[in-house]
Design a protein around this ligand. Structure first.
Ligand code: CUA
Length: 329
């Protein structure tokens, strides 16, 4: 995790690589504020230390009985900082308005769906993917919504950050300028697994992007492969782990459950079979497992998955077998 956080730290002194049209302006304003602060801090501290020494309490020393005025000095230290604050405000305002106004046409429009605790991206051709792919050198516009609580879309290398509040759409746009893979973080605390709500941003050439779109839309032929493909793309993966190591996510692991009795939150047991899996996909709370009373956190997939897709997911889970992986209670 630490490696992810600091992955880009070497590229510039303060920030990751500048990889979008906004990066230079944001960094310029940051540096400007930083250097203005340093330019004030040093003389103020030197003067303060000097005056503390010069006017210290000592035998025979008598301080001035009232505060003295110096009009020139007072005008300079009032008007000067006001002007500087005005310049900073102006640069910030212009930069902010730039970010608020996507170009009216020619943008690659990508729908972003944020939910606890993963990202899903829907492309113009209908493809869905948990990674954000964008073509280099062309404006990309994110049309973002949340399915539950507040989240934040944040790509440090692009210097863009935008909150996503449920109940309305939020937008952000940028022109990626460098090909490569960058980090996307959720920047609003959204519950237990907020810190794992990350995704990769892949900036690629127009040709590679076009190829990705076609690939991303192609479901594998084999039913188990198709189930795995859906598992990775329809946000199952964020909560239900399927690894052989027995690691546990926010939801029960898929591994090692098939064909076994499942203790239920309301008491009693259910058999982990085709019926149990499809019912749990369509109505997660109906047979919540013991220890997972918060199954209501999972959205119902009713109307979102076709019967044939549920069968594929079931086949994938079945393929994981019933042998309990090590490390699992
Ligand atoms: Cu989503 Cu934090």
């Amino acid at each position: 995790m630490l490696a992810t956080l600091f992955a880009d730290i070497n590229t510039t002194f303060w920030f990751p690589e500048q990889a979008s049209n906004f990066a230079k302006d944001v960094d310029f304003l940051y540096d400007l504020i930083l250097w203005i602060s340093i330019a004030f801090f040093i003389p103020i501290v030197i003067a303060m230390v000097y005056f503390v020494y010069k006017y210290r309490e000592r035998p025979g020393y008598k301080g001035s009985p009232e505060a003295l005025h110096n009009t020139t000095l007072e005008v300079v230290w009032s008007v000067g900082p006001t002007l500087i604050a005005g310049i900073i405000f102006w640069l910030g305002l212009v930069g902010y308005l730039d970010m608020q106004r996507p170009p009216p046409a020619g943008t690659e429009d990508i729908k972003v769906i944020a939910k606890k605790w993963n990202w899903n991206f829907k492309y113009p051709n209908g493809a869905e993917n948990p990674e954000l792919h964008v073509p280099v050198g062309r404006p990309a516009k994110m049309i973002m919504r949340s399915e539950d609580v507040n989240h934040g879309f944040y790509v440090p290398a692009f210097r863009v950050k935008r909150d996503i509040i449920p109940g309305r759409y939020h937008y952000v746009w940028f022109v990626p300028t460098v090909e490569g893979t960058f980090d996307l973080f959720c920047s609003e605390y959204c519950g237990d697994n907020h810190s794992t709500m990350n995704a990769k941003v892949v900036v690629q050439s127009e040709e590679a992007y076009a190829k990705f779109l076609v690939e991303a839309n192609k479901e594998p032929e084999d039913i188990v492969e198709r189930g795995k493909w859906l598992y990775e793309r329809r946000a199952c993966k964020g909560c239900h782990y399927a690894g052989k190591d027995g690691a546990q996510g926010p939801g029960p692991s898929y591994n090692g459950s098939w064909g076994k009795p499942v203790p239920l939150a309301v008491g009693g047991e259910a058999n982990f079979d085709e019926n149990y899996v499809s019912e749990s996909i369509l109505n997660p709370i109906a047979k919540a497992r013991k220890g997972y009373e918060t199954a209501a956190a999972m959205p119902s997939y009713k109307g979102q998955l076709k019967d044939e897709q549920i069968e594929a997911l079931t086949a994938f889970i079945k393929s994981l077998g019933s042998e309990t992986p090590p490390g699992k209670k």
